[in-house]
Ligand binder design. Structure first.
Ligand SMILES: [Zn+2]
Length: 309
């Protein structure tokens, strides 16, 4: 049995037992157990589809990306996923690349959310500011609450040397930021700016107060600190660690995948779909007790227990 199926089967059994017990108790206890039963659910995760109509380069099989994405969507459609997240770098380059891959993801039964990646902005300057709208991204950072979980989608290209038209105010500010705080770090990275950090702090305080758990999505890793992480990962980790609601940070960008656990936060880097001939994506089972990553292809399974906040 696949890990996620085991995850839901195990939780269904626990919830069925809880429901039997609760049925003998008061109506209040019964509704509590029903809330628990409703709380286990699954989402789909993809990182770095990164399509371009380009010859393969090293491990990067650009023209296989649409087929891999279609196979992934077919698999996702056999599951009851609440939503799907693509973790950034949906295209490698060229505006017209969106026309090839977006219709494939659009046909998935579950709704999808895009995280913005550095390569998504590898289009001509005049179109950089149109990228979020082209990907159906309503605001560059945002959150939504689903079944007691707050899902936070971050824009790691807020401070970026690639995402803003050259000479625009945000480009000028980003270059000054990089020179002052991230000199020598790769130009294809990024950071969360002050406005986004202030928003994030309010989101986390609100989640703490509501006794929610928080799962964050960003294109860039938070940990491990190996040079690929968000330029201001230390500052962001300090912020997250101060909020007991935070459970995990999930990202793409580093195609070989990774995992770290630091200050009570699971940090998961998904393998990139683009690389090699075989596919990579995952289904994440979510409950208050654990996160269960059911990997397909090159993506390994991960079982991530959650402590009570
Ligand atoms: Zn990237």
């Amino acid at each position: 049995m696949r890990a996620a199926a085991r995850f839901l089967a195990k939780h269904s059994l626990l919830f069925a037992l809880a429901a039997c017990t609760a049925a003998r108790e008061s109506d209040g206890a019964h509704s509590t157990s029903r809330a628990a039963a409703d709380s286990a659910f699954e989402i789909g995760l993809i990182a770095d589809c990164q399509y371009a109509d380009a010859d393969a380069a090293g491990e990067r099989q650009y023209r296989l990306a649409p087929k891999k994405l279609a196979d992934c969507v077919d698999d996702f459609d056999t599951r009851e996923l609440v939503f799907v997240v693509h973790l950034g770098d949906f295209i490698d380059r060229d505006w017209r690349s969106f026309d090839v891959v977006e219709p494939i993801l659009d046909r998935a039964r579950a709704p999808h959310h895009h995280v913005l990646g550095n390569h998504d902005f590898s289009v001509e300057d005049a179109r950089k500011e149109l990228v979020p709208a082209r990907m159906g991204v309503p605001t560059r950072w945002r959150s939504f609450v689903e079944r007691g979980w707050r899902f936070v989608i971050l824009d790691g290209n807020d401070v970026s040397l690639l995402a803003h038209p050259r000479g625009s105010p945000r480009d000028v500010a980003s270059r000054a930021w990089h020179a002052a705080r991230a000199a020598g770090r790769p130009e294809w990275g990024g950071a969360l700016g002050a406005e986004q950090l202030a928003w994030l702090e309010r989101e986390l305080a609100s989640a703490d107060a509501a006794h929610e758990r928080v799962l964050l999505f960003c294109h860039y890793p938070l940990r491990p600190a190996n040079g690929n992480e968000l330029w201001n990962a230390d500052e962001v980790l300090d912020l997250l660690a101060a909020h007991p609601s935070v459970a995990a940070w999930i990202n793409g960008h580093e195609h070989s995948g990774n995992y770290a656990f630091e200050r009570g936060i699971h940090c998961v880097t998904l393998h990139g779909m683009l690389d090699h001939f075989d596919n990579a994506y995952a289904v994440l089972g979510i409950s208050r007790e654990q996160l269960e990553l059911d990997g397909s292809g090159r993506q390994p399974d991960l079982s991530l227990p959650l402590a009570e906040p």
